[in-house]
Design a protein around this ligand. Structure first.
Ligand SMILES: [Zn+2]
Length: 62
């Protein structure tokens, strides 16, 4: 589990305004557009090339 105070420092790399992220399972999900980023070995991969489209995230988190 990623510490909330650390999570608060992060922002979605896909959003110009760096929207907050929330943890859903092994992913961080943008609270604005739903883009997901995988957490691997406890480290969030917040890179544009790691971004998972919102429609794919929907399948993973349901
Ligand atoms: Zn975003």
């Amino acid at each position: 589990m990623i510490k909330p105070e650390f999570l608060a420092l992060l922002g979605c790399p896909a959003c110009a305004e760096r929207s907050p992220l929330k943890q859903v399972g092994n992913y961080l999900v943008c609270t604005k557009d739903g883009t997901g980023f995988p957490i691997e070995d406890g480290i969030p991969r917040l890179l544009p090339e790691s971004a998972i489209p919102p429609e794919v995230m929907k399948d993973k988190t349901q």
